[in-house]
Design a binder for this molecule. Sequence first.
Ligand SMILES: C[S@@+](CC[C@H](N)C(=O)[O-])C[C@H]1O[C@@H](n2cnc3c(N)ncnc32)[C@H](O)[C@@H]1O
Length: 187
Amino acid sequence: MSLAVRVQEWMSVRKRAQDLVTLRGLVGPSSEVRLLDIGGGAGAATERFATGCGEIVVLEPDRRKVVLGRTLRPTIRFEEGHAESLPFPDGSFDRVVSVVAFHHIEDQDKALAEMRRVLRPDGRLVVVEMAKSHAPGTVARSLGGLRHSEHLTFLDPVELAAKMMAHGFRTTSAQEGERSYFVRASR
Ligand SMILES: C[S@@+](CC[C@H](N)C(=O)[O-])C[C@H]1O[C@@H](n2cnc3c(N)ncnc32)[C@H](O)[C@@H]1O
C-alpha cells in the first residue's frame, strides 16, 4: 500500500507541477504563515506548495496515508480526520487549502463552515479542484466510488465561489490552471 501511494503521489505531483507552482504563489509561504491542507494525502503535493510556511498541518482521513506522511515528511504535522469536523480550535490557521479533495467530501457545506471557523479573521482559503470537464466519467466514477466507498461531487468554479459566499466568505476569485482551477476566498 505505501509503495502504491508513493508511486501514485509522485506521478500525480509530477503531472500537476505547473498548477502546484501557481498554488504556491496563491499561498505565499512565509515563516509567519500557519497552513492547513485538507485531504492532503501523504503530503507530496503539500510540500511543493507549502514549504517555507512556519507551520504545515495535513488533515487526512486515510490512516495509511497519515502514517506514511509522518514517516516520509517529519516537518509536516499529520492529523487523522475529516473536513466536516476539523480537530482544531477557532482561528488556528492563516491559510486553509484543499487540493483536488473537495469533490470527495460528502458534506461540502459542513466542510466550508469548518474551514471558515478554523481560519483566523484575515485568513485565506484556496480550493483547487478538477474542472467538471476533466472529472472522471460515469463508469470511472462508479468504480472510484466503489473503491473509496464514497460518492464524488464536482462543482464548477462559479458554483464553488457561490457556495463559499453563502458560508460568509467575503471576496472570492477564480482562475484556471493547466489541469485544475483555483478558487480563492478571504474569511
Ligand atoms: C485525490 S486525493 C488528493 C490528495 C492531495 N491533496 C494531492 O493533491 O495529492 C483526495 C484526498 O481527499 C481525502 N478525503 C476524502 N474524503 C475526505 C474528507 N471528508 N475530508 C478530508 N479529506 C478527504 C482522501 O483520503 C484523499 O487523500
